[in-house]
Design a protein around this ligand. Structure first.
Ligand code: BGC
Length: 478
């Protein structure tokens, strides 16, 4: 009887996590959808290349801003309300961008949508992390990353289905599609509870117990309440920006910013961005190369993220980090070689890239979003994970922005003439190869950094992680 009840509770937590993880679908969808829409809206509004760049950048800047502003609000008003507000912005933003009558409105509405992407990108994993039983916390939070990858693929497939060369306004319905997952998130979150940990940190013990009774096995409920209570008794300080920079939280901060640094500086988004060119080099034709790249890369990304769900609470965070990052480093060296040596074979390049995506999908992808929600104490978990999230968006922008500059700088050092206003296809392949080697070097540095800083949080309650920092202990000794 008790066993069946526990199974039902586990089922309920999985459903709660799955609904909240729809936030990941929106993250993936809204970052991915714009690339298919750009060629059409560029013609429709007669945009210059730099206007298109501004449009993309505004979405990213909105995300940085959204993460920054929503951090303290998640600690103050709660995790659930911030996700609800993001869902509202996602829905209205999808309508607004799709209906935008002028370029200016399109830009402002992309920024507006960016706010929701930034806020939900940490509030959703944070919510899932705080509502999950310790044993399956990693798996449940990784569902967020899974839905990011599903969102990227869904955006691509829906853009392809809607694209119509005879209708310059087909970018509008492409953007409207985002309303559907936004409504699912909004309606779903409306019925979901606040997290017991946040409620407890606000002194709402009875409410917290009520929710714990629904999601935890009875034998753990009082223990959880006691652990949360003792935390709050020790830590009666106010949640604020000053608190997060105190010495005892220094390691947590280094971990959150550091993992996002390595997640972005191994070049994930440039590899995804560059994949159509790699398929082109392998002999696929123009549009065919772009389709093959998006579908094959997207599917490999989804499949290996599914695999990570089964590994993250079994193998643990550290092992996955080292396995993943070693694979990423080797794959990047191979990709560099593929570009440097034309004789290496084009399929060698394609396979190296897919291996790279697979290793990213089992490690840095899910680990980044999971670890930023695990390392901070309840009081400042909102602010803390928002710093992780805004680092992610900041580094993302920086890498994409410098990729082209790095490759063309290497080109000019090698005396390769890169015409003004040209795109990456004009840059010498060996220059691109060199940039991938730079990313490989970053991955190696990440391995050393990870040895000292990646904590093994598998099976450790959030309260124990907090106690570990309070005792002044090192991340690798957790
Ligand atoms: C990263 C994104 C990336 C995506 C790819 C996420 O974890 O934060 O920048 O595009 O994974 O799957």
């Amino acid at each position: 009887m008790v066993k069946r009840e526990n199974r039902n509770k586990k089922g309920l937590v999985i459903v709660i996590a799955a609904i909240a993880a729809t936030g990941g679908l929106l993250f993936g969808f809204d970052t991915g959808v714009i690339s298919g829409a750009i060629p059409f809206l560029q013609d429709f509004f007669e945009l210059t290349d730099s206007q298109v760049e501004n449009l993309t950048a505004l979405g990213l800047i909105g995300a940085v801003f959204g993460a920054l502003v929503a951090g303290p609000i998640t600690d103050y008003l709660g995790r659930r309300k911030v996700i609800l507000a993001s869902a509202f912005i996602f829905a209205t933003g999808a309508l607004w961008t799709g209906f935008a009558p002028t370029v200016t409105q399109l830009m402002i509405s992309r920024f507006y949508l960016g706010l929701a992407i930034g806020a939900s990108s940490f509030a959703v994993p944070l919510y899932i992390s705080e509502i999950s039983p310790t044993k399956i916390r990693g798996t449940l939070v990784s569902m967020f990353q899974l839905l990011i990858t599903v969102g990227i693929l869904a955006a691509y497939l829906s853009d392809t289905a809607i694209a119509d060369n005879n209708n310059l306004e087909c970018w509008r319905p492409m953007l409207w599609v985002g309303v559907v997952p936004a409504l699912i998130l909004f309606i779903g979150m409306f019925f979901l509870p606040e997290t017991p940990r946040w409620l407890m940190s606000k002194g709402k013990e009875e409410e917290s117990r009520k929710i714990l009774n629904k999601i935890e096995s009875p034998e753990f409920v009082e223990d959880s309440i006691l652990a949360m209570k003792s935390d709050i008794a020790i830590d009666s300080s106010q949640a604020n920006w000053k608190e997060i920079f105190k010495p005892w939280l220094r390691n947590a901060l280094i971990i959150a910013v550091g993992i996002m640094f390595f997640q972005q500086f191994v070049g994930i988004n440039t590899v995804i961005y560059y994949s159509p060119k790699i398929f082109l080099a392998a002999g696929f034709q123009g549009a065919e190369a772009a389709i093959a790249a998006s579908v094959i890369v997207g599917v490999v990304n989804v499949l290996f993220t599914i695999l990570s769900l089964f590994m993250i609470d079994r193998l643990g965070r550290r092992k996955l980090y080292f396995i993943g990052l070693s694979g990423i480093a080797i794959a990047l060296v191979c990709m560099g070689l593929g570009f440097m040596l034309p004789g290496a074979g084009k399929w060698f390049l394609v396979i190296s890239m897919l291996v790279y995506i697979a290793f990213f999908a089992i490690s840095l992808g899910p680990l980044g979003w999971l670890i930023i929600t695990e390392v901070f104490p309840t009081k400042v978990r909102g602010i803390g994970s928002s710093i992780g999230s805004l680092s992610n968006w900041g580094f993302n922008t920086l890498v994409v922005w410098t990729f082209y500059k790095m490759a063309s700088a290497i080109g000019s050092a090698k005396d390769v003439v890169v015409p003004e206003g040209s795109d990456l296809s004009d840059i010498c392949p060996s220059c691109i190869g060199s940039v991938f080697w730079i990313f490989a070097a970053v991955a190696v540095v990440g391995l050393v950094w990870g040895y000292f800083f990646i904590p093994e949080t598998k099976g450790v309650s959030l309260e124990k992680i907090e106690a570990h920092w309070k005792a002044g202990k090192k991340p690798k000794d957790l």
